[in-house]
Design a protein around this ligand. Structure first.
Ligand code: NAD
Length: 340
């Protein structure tokens, strides 16, 4: 059993903790919080051992009567790997100040820069490269969504160049600090946006071939991507077939009422998914088209949950628990109840 410590039990951390707990070959030995809020209390209620991420804050938990086992430094030496789920930028500090000092393997999240780590993870593209490594980043929600779909297209044909417009959610549903609420914001205002280079951190073969631009809109449910991918030649049927064969992406039909991110999330709710998570990328079937060897499609990405199964596979790769990425994907999917 691999012993996993989750450092930062927020939107991503609590989902990774639950996904790891469901696997047969790994267990959560603890989760950390910086403050004794409702998430900390619920973590304890769920049976997770809770530790203070910042030692000086341990007394805050005790004052509030929240059961705390100690600080991160009381548990870190028992961990085979830490999944860092702290806010963007803090993961790098934790890497330098804690993980490297304690010589423990660590996974950082997409809010960190690609160059801080040995390599960048997506289960389809870079499992083998990350196998046995010590410090890896699972890429962001947008990059994960793009990597999966580009993998499908690449399995049907050769990619000459890719152009992507990303329409990004303004805030997560639990976030009262961010916006916009009445605008569409080019973000970043420069083209290319950072998303293309981020895809290249996983797929170096696309270096110089992918250009992305992004805007932020007032919605919380999902991101949406519009892809235009020039290839050496393919057909619409081949692309649909490749999507069907690729794990963690699937087609939805506007004709069935799945005509917006709102109804796609309703679909996830009706599936009974916890926190209405849709870990798979939904591609609108009607949007898939091929014109003059150029593939067009639109997809929806559930920002809070698509990276979760990737973190589980990344643990297996880094701890050399399974050398076949497709077998790890299958194990993770089965345990989490994913469609494919
Ligand atoms: P969050 O704010 O929901 O959760 C972060 C948690 O870390 C909080 O519980 C916070 O208290 C805790 N924390 C703060 N300082 C800490 C420290 N020094 N050490 C340990 N924990 C600390 O953030 P999130 O949305 O879960 O994002 C975490 C990471 O995942 C970021 O890199 C982010 O870019 C990335 N990510 C987020 C999303 C998303 O949609 N939310 C999607 C993909 C990737």
């Amino acid at each position: 059993m691999a012993k996993v410590l989750i450092n930062g039990y927020g939107s991503i951390g609590k989902r990774v903790a639950d996904a790891v707990s469901k696997q047969k070959d790994m267990e959560v030995i603890g989760v950390t919080k910086t403050k004794p809020d409702f998430e900390a209390k619920m973590a304890v209620d769920k049976g997770y051992k809770l530790y203070a991420a910042i030692p000086e804050r341990k007394s805050l938990f005790e004052e509030k009567g929240v059961d705390i086992e100690g600080t991160i430094f009381d548990v870190i030496e028992d961990a085979d790997i830490v999944v860092d789920c702290a806010p963007g930028g803090i993961g790098k500090e934790n890497l330098e100040n804690i993980y490297k000092k304690y010589n423990v393997k660590a996974i950082l999240q997409g809010g960190e820069k690609a160059q801080y780590v040995e390599d960048n993870f997506n289960a389809l593209w870079s499992y083998d490269r990350c196998y046995g490594k010590d410090y890896i980043r699972t890429v962001s929600c947008n990059t994960t969504g793009l990597c999966r779909t580009l993998y499908a297209i690449n399995s049907a044909t050769d990619i000459v160049k890719a152009r992507v417009v990303l329409i990004r959610r303004g805030a997560d549903p639990n976030d009262a600090k961010r916006g916009p609420i009445n605008a569409i914001v080019p973000n970043p205002p420069t083209i290319p946006s950072h998303h293309g280079p981020d895809v290249c951190s996983v797929v170096p073969e696309l270096e110089g071939k992918i250009i992305t631009s992004a805007v932020i809109v007032p919605t919380t449910l999902m991101h949406m991507h519009s892809l235009m991918v020039e290839t050496t030649g393919t057909t619409k049927d081949d692309i649909i077939d490749a999507i069907e064969k690729t794990p963690r992406i699937f087609t939805v039909s506007a004709e069935d009422g799945l005509n917006s991110t709102a109804t796609i999330i309703e679909f996830a709710r009706d599936l009974g998914r916890v926190r209405y998570d849709l870990n798979e990328i939904a591609i609108w079937k009607e949007s898939i088209n091929v014109v003059d060897n150029e593939v067009f499609l639109m997809q929806a990405v559930h920002q809070e949950s698509d990276v979760i199964p990737e973190n589980v596979d990344c643990i297996r790769a880094m701890l050399q628990m399974e050398d076949d990425n497709m077998k790890s994907i299958e194990m993770t999917n089965k345990a989490m109840g994913l469609m494919k």
